[in-house]
Design a protein around this ligand. Structure first.
Ligand code: PMP
Length: 397
């Protein structure tokens, strides 16, 4: 026998020391860090924008029964095209879209990350450019690089807004195969006005190439009166709107993401999806959750109330925030945001340092979790000094 079971120490391992430098890793991947928020075991985890409300006992029971039913046919491959799930998703999207979304306009995959990957596989690749406006969801850039698509980073204004002119200019200059917009944007929480998305669509229409992808992972948390980008679909065939069941639907563990677009876009994705990519269990669980949409989306109002509470409380501590239409709040500015992150962690509260100097992101959790966060932040900031530029230095720094 060549391999023995891995033991606790490196000395037990049957392979010689080796790392990626010795492997024929693609040049574009060398030196990159894998995506991933720390998964630390702390009492209050407000770092990955999850919905803090677990499924109800009734839903857990329904999901169990649906999975058991799927198990009776587990010897068969699942519906390769996930037709029933896509029909349910189309029905779910229709009120936000303001028109009857058709099954042929919807596609589903294992989380919206896989949707983004399939879009890049179909429309990106060597010799092509993907454009995004940072700070934004870093996986747009990482999946672009993983699919050998060149990444061009446009910038948002200092207050994280994005104007139609900035977007249109960048598209005219770089002629991207894909433009990534994120609304509400992660990590800032800011939603894009429809004019910005329309300007992007018109710019790619003018160049006659390229797709505009609007990542709406957090759409259900937007404030009243903020429209969804779905409303623009009938006018813009190059527009793709991606969504997920990981956030508002509180189903991050099930891995279900989806998109709405012109049926021709969906047809293109059949070329790159792996056969039977969405398991029969995933499809069954997602359909069960959609059948309980009212119950699950009921938690959205509770989450928004905690988001709004954070938005109300932080300015009293001298903090600046980006206006949030998501289930998280981006706040700063700190001379040393890492020290604030560490101090909160020491108090048992994990928030997210996305690496943008001066800023941290906190997910709206349960009321007692938000209590813990606000209390720990208040204690961290006791004795801190606010400079003329509004930047906060901790007392101990
Ligand atoms: N888009 C954005 C903006 C996100 O923040 C996330 C999750 N962090 C995703 C997509 C991916 O979510 P999932 O793969 O769970 O659907």
């Amino acid at each position: 026998m060549i391999f023995k079971a891995a033991g606790s120490g490196a000395e037990d391992r049957p392979w010689r020391p080796w790392d990626a430098d010795g492997l024929p890793l693609r040049d574009s991947l060398r030196g990159l860090s894998p995506y991933g928020a720390p998964q630390l075991d702390v009492p209050v985890r407000l770092n990955t924008n999850e919905n803090p409300h677990p499924p109800s006992v009734g839903l857990v029971d329904a999901i169990g029964k649906a999975a058991a039913l799927a198990a009776t046919e587990a010897n068969r491959y699942p519906d390769r095209d996930a037709e029933a799930l896509r029909a349910d998703l189309a029905y779910y999207l229709t009120p936000d879209a303001g028109f009857g979304v058709h099954t042929s306009q919807v596609w589903a995959a294992n989380g919206s990350n896989e949707i983004l990957q399939q879009l890049l596989q179909a429309f990106g690749g060597p010799g092509r450019v993907a454009l995004g406006f940072e700070p934004s969801y870093s996986m747009h850039r990482l999946i672009a690089l993983a699919t050998a698509t060149e990444w061009v980073a446009g910038q948002r204004a200092e207050d994280f807004t994005l104007s139609p002119a900035v977007v249109a200019d960048a598209i005219a200059r770089h002629r991207p195969a894909l433009v990534f917009l994120c609304s509400p944007n992660n990590p800032t929480g800011t939603a894009l006005p429809p004019e910005v998305v329309a300007a992007a669509c018109e710019a790619v229409e003018a160049t006659g190439s390229g797709m505009v992808v609007v990542d709406e992972a957090y759409a259900e948390f937007r404030r009243a009166g903020v429209p969804s980008t779905l409303t623009l679909l009938p006018r813009h065939p190059r527009l793709v709107v991606t969504r997920t069941m990981s956030k508002a639907f509180a189903l991050a563990g099930a891995r279900v993401g989806y998109l709405a677009a012109h049926p021709a876009v969906v047809d293109s994705l059949y070329l790159v999806r792996l056969p039977y990519h969405l398991s029969s269990f995933t499809q069954a669980v997602a359909r069960t959750a959609l059948a309980h949409a009212d119950e699950l989306l009921g938690t959205v109002e509770a989450v928004k109330a905690q988001r709004d509470r954070i938005v109300r409380e932080l300015p009293a501590l001298g903090l600046r925030l980006a206006p949030s239409d998501a289930n998280f709040v981006f706040f700063g500015r700190f001379a040393d945001q890492r020290a604030v992150w560490q101090s909160l962690l020491d108090a048992g509260v994990l928030v997210r340092d996305v690496g943008l100097t001066g800023w941290l992101r906190v997910t709206a959790g349960l009321p007692n979790e938000v209590d813990a966060f606000l209390g720990a932040l208040g204690r961290t900031l006791t004795g801190s000094v606010i400079g003329a530029d509004g930047v906060i230095s901790l007392a101990t720094a």
